[in-house]
Design a binder for this molecule. Sequence first.
Ligand code: FEO
Length: 173
Amino acid sequence: MINKEMENALNGQVNAELYSAYLYLSMAAYFESIDLSGFANWMRVQFQEEQFHAMKLYDYIIERDGKVLLQAIDKPPSEWDSPSAVFEATLEHEQKVTGLINDLVYLARSEKDNATEIFLQWFVGEQVEEEDNVGKIVGQLKLIKNSPQSLFMMDKELGQRVFAAPTKAEGGA
Ligand code: FEO
């Protein structure tokens, strides 16, 4: 059985992950609106990843005999100045999420909830990967400085991304 404070905090993270999903879906719509369908595809995959994160927390709360309580999801922004601005906002958002995950780890530690602390390690590793992936795209966009030809090439590359749910060994359900 999970304690109330931990349960509330994990429910808060379900909401944060669903907001992330919503934010990336909005970014996908922005990219569609400027005809960068490869960038939009990348964001659609990101949307699926965030739903996966939310469901991983959702299932864990249930597994520990807790109760999932869903809250309202905030409205995400819908306009950005450029592809660079979108990915800079994404990096900033992921850094914020990393902070939230770390706070959950510290709470689990202070509550002596070993199971939750171990469960959260998957998210700690996932955040390293997310920040790294997004950081690379931010760097590439800086290099190409919105040159239409390079942007077109990058759009093709990002269009290749597909969502693959992690296997059990990788922390999947
Ligand atoms: Fe669920 Fe992008 O962190």
